[in-house]
Design a protein around this ligand. Structure first.
Ligand SMILES: Cc1cc2nc3c(=O)[nH]c(=O)nc-3n(C[C@H](O)[C@H](O)[C@H](O)COP(=O)(O)OP(=O)(O)OC[C@H]3O[C@@H](n4cnc5c(N)ncnc54)[C@H](O)[C@@H]3O)c2cc1C
Length: 448
């Protein structure tokens, strides 16, 4: 072992005797996020195996952040002092068929949970584009899928347990804790270490997925609501060029009263004749099955399959939520910027999300359309472009995704969240000294 790495490992042993440091980065290298665009500010990463280890670790640290599966593109999960991973805590604690809930350890990913649920006859209401992400990390940032009747993934949370800054276990539930529960679910990692999450489940269901190509922009203008309500989940992919949307992904529940009848033509778009990647030039090998083949919900709701690299890999992402009544105007505003946007873009995705009651959700009390950008990994170019996009979307009060890249000023961001003062108060009750705060939270939430 290199001398530097050994010294770091030794100091880790002194700092955290209960949590095994053996899995810590022994090379002395700082870990990176999934996309590799962010190197975290410390190499001190501790994997906790149990609630007691989490509590012990929290009590001993002055500051820390929890890492989920590291899929955020910005520094929301970053720490310059210590990182805690709950990856080893990935068990299903209890499936309660009568209450229709499942309780899981916070380190579990959707990829681990979904086959378990389906095998026992249950399902979640929705999923993000990929199953690789942790349940706790996804809910903490209001991660979402698509479907105008579907709330984001955090809306399925009916209870959670977290370790606060004193190391005490706090249990919160939708039923018991009302408003403060709604403040805690999209917690941005600011309240403490979430150790368990209880999610609503429903009977398992079967889905079919169809992809259409080349939807004319004029058809979207004339039929936006009809297109979005044509199935359980609809995603539009576009490079903003040629006055058309490259692909429409339609995810339909088979057992519905009015299943999607998959005509050869859909508002001028043509049904694809083979599986497609959202970026049509890329292989569809890592994508979920299309072409109307029936399959379990968890193999159709995400675009990308477990066991394969999701999306494109070497990329950056940004996303903005616009209240649904402004959807079309916002889409057209971005379309007008096409010649600035497209050179830096891999693909954009447009999705709808139902309103919810979670204080820090971008969909708090408003149904939204989300306009997403998968960028080439050229941060200087993207950083220069984001303020231009944000300026154009400002009239629609666009809110950025908590886990993706944005340049909105902290004061503007704070002004977009009515419940932010309540959220900071709630955070302080669980973490009076800011143990779980980092630069992202200080900058954007706490104005510190
Ligand atoms: C390829 C790709 C596709 C994506 N697709 C979508 C999509 O379809 N829809 C969408 O909305 N987003 C999408 N995202 C973004 C992603 O869902 C979010 O970044 C999400 O937060 C990732 O979860 P994570 O566990 O990796 O979080 P991390 O980046 O590890 O952490 C995120 C935040 O959660 C906190 N956190 C994690 N675990 C805990 C815990 N146990 N207790 C307290 N705080 C915790 C962290 O401290 C941090 O603040 C995508 C990202 C990638 C890379």
């Amino acid at each position: 072992m290199k001398k530097r790495a050994f010294l770091k490992l030794s100091s880790a042993l002194v700092a955290a005797p209960v949590v095994s440091p053996l899995l810590a980065w022994a090379s002395g290298e700082k870990p990176k996020n999934w996309a590799g665009n962010l190197e975290y500010g410390t190499d001190r990463l501790y994997p906790a195996q149990s609630l007691e280890q989490v509590q012990d670790f929290v009590r001993k640290q002055a500051r820390l952040k929890v890492l989920g599966t590291r899929h955020c593109f910005n520094d929301i999960a970053d720490s310059t002092e210590s990182l805690l991973s709950l990856k080893p805590m990935d068990k299903v604690v209890e499936l309660d068929p009568r209450a229709r809930t499942v309780t899981v350890d916070a380190g579990i990913t959707y990829g681990q949970l979904c086959p378990y649920l389906a095998g026992r006859g249950f399902a979640l209401h929705n999923l993000a584009s990929l199953p690789h992400i942790s349940v706790a990390g996804a809910c903490s940032t209001a991660t979402h899928g698509s479907g105008e009747k579907n709330g984001n993934l955090a809306t399925a949370v009916s209870a959670l347990e977290l370790v606060n800054a004193s190391g005490d276990l706090v249990k919160l539930s939708r039923e018991r804790d009302g408003e403060s529960f709604h403040g805690a679910v999209v917690g941005l990692g600011a309240l403490g270490v979430v150790t368990r999450v209880t999610l609503d489940v429903q009977p398992t269901f079967t889905m079919r997925q169809y992809v259409y190509q080349d939807l004319p922009l004029s058809a979207l203008k004339d039929h936006f609501d009809a297109i979005e309500s044509s199935a359980y989940s609809v995603s539009l992919f576009t490079d903003w060029q040629k006055q058309r949307l490259n692909e429409v992904w339609i995810k339909d529940r088979v057992e519905q009263e009015q299943p999607f009848d998959a005509p050869p033509e859909f508002y001028g778009a043509k049904r694809a004749t083979r599986n497609l990647h959202p970026i049509a030039e890329l292989s569809a090998e890592n994508c979920t099955e299309q072409m109307g083949v029936s399959g379990p919900w968890y193999e159709r709701l995400p675009h990308f399959r477990m066991g394969f690299t999701p999306s494109a890999g070497k990329e950056l992402q940004s996303e903005y939520f616009v209240p649904r009544p402004h959807a079309l105007d916002a889409i057209l505003a971005v379309e007008r910027m096409r010649d600035q946007v497209t050179p830096h873009l891999m693909i954009s995705e447009i999705r709808t999300i139902a309103a919810d009651g979670l204080w820090m959700s971008p969909c708090y009390k408003q149904a939204c359309v989300a306009i997403h950008f998968t960028w080439k990994q050229d941060w200087p170019a993207v950083r220069a472009l984001l303020p231009v996009i944000e300026r154009e979307l400002a009239p629609f009060k666009a809110r950025p995704h908590w886990g993706k890249l944005f340049t909105l000023s902290p004061s503007r961001l704070r002004s977009l969240y009515d419940r932010l003062p309540d959220f900071t108060r709630l955070s302080r009750t669980h973490d009076p000294q800011g143990k779980f705060r980092n630069q992202f939270l200080n900058r954007n939430i706490f104005d510190a």
